[in-house]
Design a binder for this molecule. Structure first.
Ligand code: XMP
Length: 523
């Protein structure tokens, strides 16, 4: 399969380069800068990412690649790296240039084909390329940066100082398409349908007549993984959906019914009472997580044992969990632990199959839609494995769960019911900018039940009850997140409805903390 290789020098937005390429149906893979894969015929081009480093540092990251034959595009640090290594000059500039700039084309280039003569781009750099290498010519400039884009005259090597991968670069997607489709000659035929076709064939080949088990969570990833396997191996797949007693209102019943409608072979493992018993008296967040994790494994194991001769465990692992970080000191690792599946007992002795390991979250959704999965399931927000237990601060009890479920249900229904078309959103990189209701515009939302009491008045009576906090964030991968700027009327209405209808709650607050330094969940 033809592809583009992206070498990651540690930029925060490297993954976006991958996503933009996938959006134009070009397959690509991201590697740390120091782990360049074999460049066989399938590799049509290389993109060098941005970086928090400076090429002038003694230990600046270096990539072992040869320019000149295979098309190369350097972005930000990548552009400076190409200039620096080919004999140009990169210097510290007086002001760190950050934000919008207007790019002006100054020469013809296939990279800027059909780009407006003046177009908005997004800059984020401290160093500047003060002199281009021999054989290179400038193709676009901004008011502050002369060498904002350049190319080498007799070879397919290009560089841009700005970030074409972020949404603020208005014609960035077109620039990346020019590189991938015109310069590299990719066909752009990597679609959800072609992914399904090749993946189903691969799954059939590797699994053969074996039996497979899969833990369904109700989330998008495990659901899409299950449907792909179902298409490939049908009744050889058994899914286990565990009720941990900590799910949202009606979730176990409703989601189980949807799974059965979809033709999946699902065991509904109702272990609610065991989970609640294990959580009795437990208040510390990590202790809760451990208790829930242990019980999840025990429950899964108990039901999996009933499936004779299972050889494979299928998981809904997705690409952001797999991509290795560039390993630059001081840059947080992007690898997330798999909370839900970590530590399945070794005696189960299962081989692991991960059909979604090359997909980004929005691609999983596209594949889900192409597989005919209901929109309601495809567009569901992420939900943590420990479920509502980490949204009840302190000990988890049936009573608190009942209160939280009602408040959460009002909040989530409110999000789905609020028409937000044309509102405009704060995130530069959120693909759900086009959403028509608040639920779809938000990455993840939920309610947290707080362990304090405050005084209120309802009718003629004094109340002394708990507050709940609403949490709603935009994000692309949950590694960073921004709180969502709700319209006031939405906050007013949802607060009124929760306080009026949910017994035990007399105050609603909205969490306006971003991640970092806060996290999405409170525990
Ligand atoms: P935080 O709270 O770390 O969450 O900002 C990032 C994302 O991970 C989810 N999350 C979890 N998911 N088990 C999970 O399966 C967990 O223990 C867990 N803790 C947080 C969280 O909901 C968000 O999507």
């Amino acid at each position: 399969m033809e592809k583009i290789i992206i070498l990651d020098f540690g930029s925060q937005v490297t993954q976006l380069i991958g996503r933009r390429l996938r959006e134009i149906n070009v397959f690509c893979e991201i590697y740390p800068y120091n782990k360049v894969p074999a460049l066989d015929d399938s590799v049509k081009g290389i993109i060098l990412s941005g970086s928090p480093c400076s090429v002038r540092d003694a230990n600046a990251p270096k990539a072992e690649i040869t320019t000149g034959k295979i098309p190369v595009l350097g972005i930000c640090y990548g552009a400076q790296y190409l200039a620096h290594t080919r004999g140009g000059k990169v210097e510290a500039s007086n002001t760190r240039e950050y934000g919008r700039a207007i790019l002006r084309k100054v020469a013809d280039s296939p990279l800027l084909k059909d780009i407006s003569p003046k177009t908005q781009v997004w800059m984020s750099h401290g160093d500047t390329i003060s002199k281009l290498p021999e054989g290179a010519e400038v193709i676009a400039s901004t008011a502050d940066v002369e060498n904002a884009a350049y190319q080498f005259k007799d070879e397919p090597t290009y560089a841009v100082q700005f970030h074409p991968e972020v949404y603020h670069t208005t014609e960035g997607a077109k620039i990346l398409a020019n590189f991938a489709l015109n310069i590299c000659g990719c066909k752009g035929d990597w679609t959800p349908d072609s992914f399904i076709e090749t993946t189903v064939a691969e799954l059939k080949a590797i699994i053969g007549q074996d039996k497979v088990i899969l833990g369904l969570s109700g989330g998008v990833d495990s659901t899409v993984a299950a449907m792909l396997l179902n298409k490939a191996i049908g009744s050889q797949l058994t899914c286990i959906f565990v009720n941990n007693g900590l799910l949202r209102k009606n979730e176990f019943k409703d989601v189980l019914a949807s799974y059965k409608d979809m033709g999946l072979n699902v065991i509904g493992a109702d272990a609610a009472a065991d989970f609640l018993a294990a959580l009795k008296g437990v208040t510390e967040p990590e202790a809760k997580r451990k208790a829930i994790g242990r019980l999840f494994v025990e429950t899964f194991d108990k039901y999996a044992r009933q499936i004779d001769g299972a050889r494979w465990l299928a998981q809904g692992t997705i690409y952001p969990d797999v991509i290795e970080s560039a390993g630059i000191p001081g840059i947080a690792s992007k690898i997330k632990s798999h909370h839900n599946v970590g530590g399945l007992p070794e005696h189960m002795n299962l081989k692991v199959v991960e059909p979604l390991r090359m997909l980004f979250k929005d691609e999983v959704r596209r594949v889900g839609r192409a597989l005919g999965i209901k929109e309601e399931l495809v567009s569901r927000h992420p939900f943590p494995g420990p479920s509502l237990a980490i949204r009840i601060i302190g000990e988890v009890t049936e009573e608190k769960l009942a209160v939280l479920r009602e408040a959460d249900d009002i909040f989530i229904r409110g999000l789905r019911g609020y028409d937000c078309a044309g509102m405009g959103f704060p995130s530069a990189s959120d693909p759900r900018e086009m959403a028509t209701n608040l639920y779809d515009a938000i990455w993840q939302a939920g309610v947290i039940l707080l362990p304090v009491k405050s005084v209120g008045v309802m009718g003629d009576e004094r109340t002394y009850e708990n507050p709940v906090a609403l949490r709603a964030v935009v994000s692309t991968d949950a590694m960073t997140a921004d709180w969502f700027p709700f319209p006031y009327d939405f906050l007013r209405d949802v607060s009124n409805e929760i306080i009026r209808k949910v017994r035990g709650v007399n105050r609603v607050v909205y969490d306006i903390s971003s991640k970092p330094p806060s996290t999405i969940e409170w525990e």
